[in-house]
Write a protein that binds this ligand. Structure first.
Ligand SMILES: *[C@@H]1O[C@H](CO)[C@@H](O)[C@H](O)[C@H]1NC(C)=O
Ligand SMILES: *[C@@H]1O[C@H](CO)[C@@H](O)[C@H](O)[C@H]1NC(C)=O
Ligand SMILES: *[C@@H]1O[C@H](CO)[C@@H](O)[C@H](O)[C@H]1NC(C)=O
Ligand SMILES: *[C@@H]1O[C@H](CO)[C@@H](O)[C@H](O)[C@H]1NC(C)=O
Ligand SMILES: *[C@@H]1O[C@H](CO)[C@@H](O)[C@H](O)[C@H]1NC(C)=O
Ligand SMILES: *[C@@H]1O[C@H](CO)[C@@H](O)[C@H](O)[C@H]1NC(C)=O
Ligand SMILES: *[C@@H]1O[C@H](CO)[C@@H](O)[C@H](O)[C@H]1NC(C)=O
Ligand SMILES: *[C@@H]1O[C@H](CO)[C@@H](O)[C@H](O)[C@H]1NC(C)=O
Length: 668
């Protein structure tokens, strides 16, 4: 606030009529708070000794004059003005130490005591308006530091007074705010609908008028979860080296703690990592002497306890020379068959090759016919025989080299063993009456002796030579006999037909919609050893199961055309097989979708018959609504009142020439 005590600026404008004594006019005086102003009054003659008089200054709204002076007596002054007013140059009044409340209308009156002229008896002065200007001053401001939670709303209110009324503006935050969520200013109040991290900063309100300006700054601090500014990066490290994964976050409040997870398990809860891992103050993860198993996804979660903490992940790749993991102490080889000796390896970068030794001698596979390298470095021996027996060791290599050959325990020898071979196989098919016994042989030999197991294809699993006693309907089907030992597994199969049962369920029921009907077809199941007949059952889904209607199927057929169905109505279908011993189970229920029912056809129109030298030419127009699939027309004719006869079942076009003169007198 600037105060200028030394200079009093006042403007005094007095307008008078042309004769100089006319009607008094309104005068305006402007002063500044704290300074002084003179309210002019020239009712006393400018020169000479004025007659005896009383000077009064009245203020609009005050009952008594604020200033009365008679002659040389000390004036009477209103308490609000005491010590601040004195006369100056005639009857003008000087007010010092102007206050905002001094603003208002004043009137000067001079009363001449020794004059008797009525018009001069009392002269009314001019009304003077005093304006007291003041620089802006805040009545209300927000606190200097304000903490707001993220996503909440904030209101910063600056109210200022002064004369003239100051204008309040706001600056700050991110400057010229293009974001819709960023501050809006209305009538001196700044409003942020949803505070974000970026909303934090210093906001300044400024109240300004022609009299000066005042400003107030508020620091907005946004409380929220941290933001990761430096996320971890995918890293690759050579095994046994140390590695750091960065994770730097910013937050307010700044009490950050960082947690790190490997594949979603806290690193301090993984015993393999725990002694080698540290989380540094800057949030980064330091892992010492990396091992192949340390590879994986690492996730950093910084938290200050507010809302949901963010997370960032990176993958750690650990490179190491190829190494053998768990070489089996013994690998059996099947005699006379292909055998495989595996070399279980892990490597990153990937395995390049594996070298093999047999009884301490390097194996040169390209010089050994029948020996080759298989997938993942395994050794393939085309024909297992005595020569293959021995102690094998493998040494894997990748671009970083090898961790060494497979450890060779003293008993690490490959053994030669015989794969299973069937001694007795089941026949191709067995037909047997239900309730009787059915024995199906299946035996095999091998070293070690193979285990035999029987399994019904897609049904129960049995072992031993297969005895079905008593033979049941369920035993019908395909059976597999498997012989397996440590080196191989061989399989043979047979089909068992159980005779003397009710039919088996039909399969693959399908329904094709036809105009006003449907074609139901199916795959018959086994007939149980007797002739089977089928029936098709149909009902609408909204009816109860008492409403199933059965339709007989001609012998030998495996489909049925079901007529007389309502259009746009759903139907359910099921198929049942029967023989002289009874009926099999119903098939699954198949639905005829209404949407697939073609709409009913409308009749062809405008049939005309023209007699020509070559016969009769019939011509007609297609139906009003031609369906997408119109196969053709059926032409019927009749003679006299005889019955209609079909002339042609499949007319493609809309015209037909009847060559010979028939005596037809009706066509449709
Ligand atoms: C002075 O003003 C008062 C009130 O406006 C009025 O009644 C009176 O006649 C005036 N006197 C003169 C001399 O003009
Ligand atoms: C603006 O603020 C002033 C001072 O608080 C108040 O008197 C006035 O009614 C407000 N005007 C509007 C439009 O809100
Ligand atoms: C980090 O590695 C993962 C897995 O290999 C991959 O999906 C992702 O794209 C990599 N990120 C970058 C930034 O390279
Ligand atoms: C890892 O080891 C290989 C081979 O020794 C070397 O070329 C490479 O520079 C090493 N990488 C790092 C990051 O030390
Ligand atoms: C950090 O401080 C906030 C507010 O003081 C508190 O609510 C939170 O629990 C603290 N977080 C941590 C991790 O100490
Ligand atoms: C059938 O297998 C079981 C275990 O799978 C076995 O204990 C049993 O001896 C086998 N039966 C025959 C007859 O092989
Ligand atoms: C039943 O249908 C499926 C698929 O359409 C087909 O693979 C199968 O062979 C059919 N079954 C019979 C018994 O026709
Ligand atoms: C009904 O379906 C059967 C079997 O798919 C088929 O052979 C027969 O031609 C079909 N009949 C009609 C009229 O579509």
């Amino acid at each position: 606030m600037v105060r200028c005590l030394s200079v009093a600026i006042l403007s005094l404008v007095i307008s008078r009529g042309a004769d100089g004594r006319g009607k008094p006019e309104v005068v305006s005086v402007v002063g500044r708070a704290g300074e002084s102003a003179v309210l002019g009054c020239d009712l006393l003659p400018p020169a000479g000794r004025p007659p005896l008089h009383v000077i009064e200054w009245l203020r609009f709204g005050f009952l008594l004059p604020i200033f009365i002076q008679f002659g040389l007596y000390s004036p009477r002054i209103d308490p609000d003005y005491l010590g601040r007013v004195r006369l100056q140059k005639g009857a003008s009044l000087q007010i010092e130490g102007l206050r905002a409340e001094d603003q208002g209308w004043y009137e000067c009156r001079v009363l001449f005591l020794d004059q008797h002229s009525p018009e001069d008896d009392s002269a009314n002065g001019s009304w003077v308006h005093l304006t007291v200007n003041s620089p802006p001053q805040f009545l209300e401001t927000p606190p200097q530091v304000l903490e707001v939670r993220e996503l909440e709303a904030v209101t910063l209110r600056c109210v200022a007074r002064g004369s003239p009324q100051p204008h309040v503006t706001w600056k700050g935050g991110t400057g010229d705010l293009p974001h819709p969520l960023l501050p809006q200013v209305q009538n001196g109040t700044l409003w942020i609908r949803r505070v974000e991290r970026g909303s934090s900063g210093v906001y300044t309100c400024q109240a300004s008028s022609t009299e000066g300006s005042a400003s107030h700054a508020t620091q907005l601090l946004v409380l929220g979860p941290p933001v990761i500014v430096v996320p971890p990066k995918n890293s690759t490290v050579n095994a046994s080296q140390d590695v750091s994964l960065a994770c730097r976050a910013e937050a307010y409040p700044t009490n950050l703690t960082y947690s790190w997870f490997q594949d979603s398990i806290n690193v301090f809860h993984i015993s393999r990592l725990q002694p080698r891992v540290r989380i540094l103050v800057d949030g980064s993860l330091r892992l010492q002497a990396t091992q192949p198993d340390d590879a994986g996804r690492y996730t950093c979660v910084p938290s200050n306890g507010l809302l949901r903490p963010p997370s960032a992940s990176a993958y750690l790749t650990v490179l190491y020379p190829a190494q053998v993991t768990a070489m089996p102490p013994e690998t059996p080889l099947p005699v006379g068959m292909r055998g495989v000796i595996r070399c279980p390896v892990r490597a990153n970068p990937p395995l390049l090759f594996v070298s093999w030794t047999k009884d301490g001698q390097a194996l040169q596979l390209d010089k050994l016919p029948g020996w080759s390298q298989g997938p993942e470095g395994s050794l393939i021996i085309a024909l297992g025989n005595e020569d293959a027996l021995g102690e094998y060791a493998c040494t894997p290599y990748n671009s970083l080299g090898t961790a060494g050959p497979s450890p060779a325990p003293p008993d690490a020898r490959s053994g030669l063993q015989a794969p299973p071979a069937f001694l007795e196989r089941p026949k191709e098919e067995y037909f047997q009456e239900v309730g009787r016994e059915l024995l199906i042989p299946c035996s095999a030999q091998g070293d070690p002796p193979p285990a035999i197991s029987w399994a019904k294809v897609r049904l129960l699993t049995l072992n031993s030579s297969l005895i079905l006693r008593p033979l049941t309907k369920e035993a019908h089907g395909r059976w597999e006999c498997t012989a397996s030992n440590a080196v191989a597994r061989v399989t043979t199969s047979t089909h068992v037909y159980v005779l003397g049962t009710s039919p088996h369920v039909v399969t693959n029921v399908s329904v094709v919609p036809l105009p006003k009907g449907a074609n139901v077809s199916w795959e018959p199941g086994f007939d149980g050893g007797y002739l089977q007949r089928f029936s098709v059952w149909a009902k609408r889904p909204d009816r109860t199961h008492h409403d199933w209607v059965s339709l007989a199927v001609p012998v030998g057929a495996s489909y049925l055309l079901v007529p007389g169905l309502q259009p746009h109505t759903q139907y359910q279908f099921s198929v049942l097989a029967q023989n002289k011993l009874g009926s099999g189970p119903f098939s699954e229920i198949v639905l005829l979708p209404t949407t697939e029912m073609p709409p009913p056809l409308s009749p062809p129109r405008g049939l005309v018959a023209v007699r020509t030298p070559r016969g009769v030419l019939l011509h007609w127009d297609p139906p009003e609504l031609v369906p997408e699939t119109l196969d053709g027309y059926v032409l019927e004719g009749r003679q006299g009142s005889q019955g209609w006869e079909v002339l042609d079942r499949a007319v493609a076009g809309t015209e037909m020439q009847l060559v010979s003169e028939w005596g037809w007198d009706g066509w449709r």
